[in-house]
Design a protein around this ligand. Sequence first.
Ligand code: DGL
Length: 256
Amino acid sequence: MRIAFFDSGIGGITVLHEAMKKLPDEDFLYFADTLHVPYGTKSLTEVNQYVKESVGTIMQEEIKALVVACNTGTSAAINELRSLYTIPIIGMEPAVKPAVERSLEEGRRVLVFATPLTLSQSKYADLVARVDDHSIVDSLPLPELVEYCENLNFDRQEIGNYFKRKLGHLDLGQYGTVVLGCTHYPFYKEILKEILPTHLELIDGSRGTVNRLIDRLREQGLQGTHGTNDIKFMCSNEDPAYLDKMERALAFLRNR
Ligand code: DGL
């Protein structure tokens, strides 16, 4: 049986890519909700509905675990999903805790990039309230980056200028870590590193999420032994061109 990964679009492929490196004996299913991408600029009610519909479709397949490889979708529906299905369901949230720990050591602040919907949710406010005792966490929504990514636009100049526009008003020297709190954003790690001061560390949730997935598979005795990292790509509008796009996005991550 496969392990399913789900996102609004190609963002979750950054997490799938991490899982493929750590789980060579597993096969995967990747589902993108192409009918409704992007999620981050829509309402909570809409996204909650879209996530449940997509996961309903995914659950028709033979899968043994589900990774909601989408911070926005996790924030909108993870509790309901867990009450609806019995297989392990792993969600994602911006990696604020490790970022705060790291930045505090250096006497610096944390900057969280995520979608507008993720940042406006009480789930995010609660997370920050739990871990940010010294009020060092700032946040910045980057909705346009999801659009660039969905167009497979990795143009250094254009995206670099976009970051410069978005970050121009900030004193970046005060930050020690930047949290990539949307799974589309790690596609731009290299471009970001060129723009940001060299001391700044980029943190995303992929590694932690895959480690949690591995723990859950182990706990439930669900580890694969015969898989070959075969991937079945699916999308809600069943567009063959998008299936090809997902393959190209994965190839981009593998070749960089
Ligand atoms: N990749 C998603 C996330 O991690 C959602 C991006 C979007 O659809 O706006 O938040």
